[in-house]
Each structure stands twice: as C-alpha cells, then as structure tokens.
Design a protein around this ligand. Sequence first.
Ligand code: SF4
Length: 246
Amino acid sequence: MPKKTATKKKATRKTKSGTAKKRPRAPATKPPARFRGMDVTTRAVAMFDTLTREYPDAHCMLDFTNAFELLIATILAAQCTDVMVNRVTPDLFRRYPRAPAFLKATDEKIQEMIFKTGFYRQKTKSIKKCCRALVDEHDGEVPSAMEDLVALAGVGRKTANCVRGNVFNLPGIVVDTHVKRLAYRMGFTVETNPDKIERDLNAIVPEKEWTHVSHLLADHGRAVCDARRPLCETCPVEHLCPKYLD
Ligand code: SF4
C-alpha cells in the first residue's frame, strides 16, 4: 500500500462570508539569541537613534509649499515614485494652485498633466472629487482632523498622516511601501494591513517621533534595505535587526 504523505495546511482561513483570507505573516524564526531579554521598545529606540545619525536630513520627499499641494502630491504618489511626482507637480500647481482652479479644469487637461504618474484617469477623478469636497465642506482649505481628511476622495490614513505630520505638525506614521517592508523585517509587526502596522509601530515609537520615524524608515528602505536586495552586510542597524526577510 502506498504510504500516506503529510500535506501542509494552507496559510488561509475562512471568513464569515466563506471567502479564503490570507493569514498575517509571522516571523519565520525566533528572535536571535542576542535580542532575548531586550525589550522591543529598547531595540526600536536604539535602531532609530542609529538611523537618525545615518539620515540627519530625513524629510518628506514630496515637494510642496502648502497643505493643498502636499495633499494632491500624495494622491499622485500612489503607485508612483516621489521623484516622478516631483517632476509633474511644478507645472500642475502653477496652473492649478488651489481647489477651485482644479474644478474649472477639464478632466482631459488634468489627465494629460498627470499622465506620467500612472492611473491618471482614477487619480483625476479623485482629485476632482477631493477638490469639490474641499470647496463645499471646508471653504477650500485642507482640514487637519483625521476624520475629515480620510473622508476626502483618494485619501486614506497614509495620505492623512503625511499631510498632518508634515504640514500641521500632528505626528503620524505614514505606512508606505518602505515602512511596511521594514517594520516587518525589523520585527516590529507581523501584520500586512497598513492600519494594523501603524498601530503596532505607534505602540513602540514615542508619539512625537511618529512622522520622523516614517521618514527614517523610508530613507533606509531606499538606501539600504531594498525590497529585492537588502544590504544587510553593510547595514548600520544589522546588530539590532532580526532580518525577517520575506
Ligand atoms: S539588517 Fe538587513 S533586513 Fe535589517 S534593516 Fe538592515 S538591510 Fe534591512
């Protein structure tokens, strides 16, 4: 009789509606022995101190001169590099400096101007809807309250935290692709949902540092902890990092 072979259970679970849902990732290994006994907050503080020395100029990479420009630039940055957004926005904001100007523009003209950022039709719709709400509900100004920001078209917590942190000085973790990747590799979260990653980071980073830490992680993600080829051998926080590479 042929031997039965063990089959691995799939890493999925059923939701109430019966659809399969991916389990959150869990670290593949236990923390290295050198971290046992070191609490995660102590490790995070040491790591962010080192990164602050490495990236003393860490700041938002999108160019802007006011809240409205940063809001629109952040909407354009979805699925696009900050470098490309910065190439597009000078002409865009010269022509449409405020929400009413965008509302007067044709969709075709906006699409043409933001074409290089990708998803230009959807982004044009979001910008127009967002500007309509700014004019109708906020006198054309960008609100600072989280609930008001996330109610705007094209704006989630990532964009809201970016605007609040960089313009209104209200700290927030901006969970972009770099922060998401590094928070996992560094052992600060096992979650994949950006809101849950934000919650996990909020619990270990002092509130006044939330915006700054987002910039540090983004800079380190670009310079060293690359998505495909992390340079662990030369990484300045290697001695503090469990390196949960996915
Ligand atoms: S040690 Fe490796 S995984 Fe950890 S932060 Fe540095 S580059 Fe990224």
